[in-house]
Design a protein around this ligand. Structure first.
Ligand code: SF4
Length: 393
């Protein structure tokens, strides 16, 4: 019997597109992106369109094709694409899968890459949400990170995007940086809150093996803010954003009501999605599949044939237990938590029965709480979320 379970296939309503190009590599980044390889973009674009066509044919054949509710251009630096290239991809997705009327289409944008006129063209291409990588409001920190933009670039970008009609703008900030103080974080928040932003993502620096930051700091933790300072930064962000009317709906994300990232909710709610482009992952049925991380290999495979799946690999075939654990792990990232009724609708059992021991241990530690239908992190659980997630691995 096949280990792939077609009965687990829900309609797939989300698509992620990986754009593997950057102007230069930031010192902390281990995402799959090439610096100085913009000459490959046209070939990447052609290959990507072939991959989308093939995925659509497969979805039609196996009856999980549905109108898309979210599209997310991530990277890399998707704002290096021309508005015409972006429009062609959106048009293709629309012509094949169809787009829901209020489809959320996000473009990750580096503040130094688009000019005033480009925002209008991007808006006209169908993009309706920008995720802007501001990261910090101090040029000395941006320089240290190896970012190609300045603080003024972020301010200009957000104002130009607003003038071009973007009502949905998100921004990223990083905490735990070398030389970063709590005062720096406070000033970054001052700037963000003075701008027309509806969503903020706040991440802690992670030293990823193989990066210049790893080599510099792995043996010198004294050069980074200590755990207490980082926790102070994290709570400062949540408190300040809450005071300003944002709701921290996920452990690293806050939004004004209605401004949540619908695309990222697909991941946290353990729903299914397509992943197009090098290094992109898809989750369809009970199968998680990853594309090759080698950009040239990807281009060659998808240009030479209309079936480049030879350069993708199956990462994981999830059984029922895996999927239930994943729903708990991802769902507990959301401050609202996991709905017992939603879980039961998907898996036919109450999570309190499936994970009796795990939930009881975490309740005793004061890390999670059960309120009628919802199982969610406590305030203490927010600080020790990794302990909670580990319980469901
Ligand atoms: S711009 Fe983003 S993807 Fe590109 S190197 Fe910097 S952090 Fe990585």
């Amino acid at each position: 019997m096949s280990k792939y379970n077609k009965t687990d296939r829900q309609p797939v309503e989300a698509a992620y597109i990986h754009v593997p190009f950057c102007r230069q590599k930031c010192g902390y980044c281990d995402f799959i992106s090439l610096a100085g390889a913009e000459h490959l973009m046209t070939d990447w674009h052609r290959a990507l369109k072939n991959e989308i066509e093939a995925a659509w044919r497969q979805a039609e054949k196996e009856s999980y094709s549905a109108k898309l509710k979210t599209i997310y251009f991530g990277g890399g630096t998707p704002s290096l694409l021309s508005p015409k290239q972006v429009a062609e991809i959106i048009d293709l997705l629309n012509n094949r899968f169809g787009l829901a009327e209020d489809c959320e289409i996000t473009l990750e944008t580096n503040p130094a890459t688009l000019g005033a006129g480009d925002y209008l063209l991007m808006r006209q291409s169908g993009v309706n949400r920008l995720s802007l990588g501001m990261q910090a409001a101090q040029d000395r920190l941006l320089k240290k990170l190896g970012r190609i933009h300045t603080v003024q670039d972020s301010i200009t970008a957000i104002k130009q995007a607003e003038a071009a009609g973007f009502e949905r703008i998100s921004t990223d900030m990083i905490i735990g940086l070398p030389d970063q103080t709590v005062q720096d974080v406070s000033e970054t928040l001052d700037l963000i809150l003075s701008l027309p932003v509806e969503h903020v993502s706040y991440y802690s620096l992670i030293l990823e093996e193989g990066t210049p930051f790893y080599r510099c700091y792995i043996d010198h933790p004294e050069l980074l803010p200590d755990e207490d300072a980082e926790r102070e930064m994290y709570h400062l962000i949540i408190d300040r954003l809450n005071q300003a009317g944002f709701v921290n709906y996920e452990i690293s994300n806050a939004a004004r009501p209605g401004g949540e990232s619908r695309h990222n909710l697909v991941y946290w709610q353990a729903k299914q999605y397509y992943g197009f482009g090098p290094a992109a992952h898809s989750y369809i049925g009970n199968v998680r599949r990853g594309n090759t991380e080698d950009v040239k290999n990807y281009i060659q495979a998808w240009s030479a044939s209309d079936n480049g799946y030879t350069v993708s690999h199956i990462d994981e075939v999830l059984d029922n237990d895996d999927m239930q654990r994943e729903m708990m792990m991802l769902g507990l990232r959301l401050l609202e938590g996991v709905s017992r009724a939603g879980f039961a609708e998907r898996y036919g059992s109450d999570p309190l029965d499936v994970f009796t021991n795990e939930i009881s241990v975490l309740q005793k530690q004061g890390l999670i709480q059960v309120d009628d239908d919802l199982i969610h992190l406590t305030d203490r659980g927010l600080d020790f979320a990794n302990i909670v997630f580990r319980e469901f691995v």
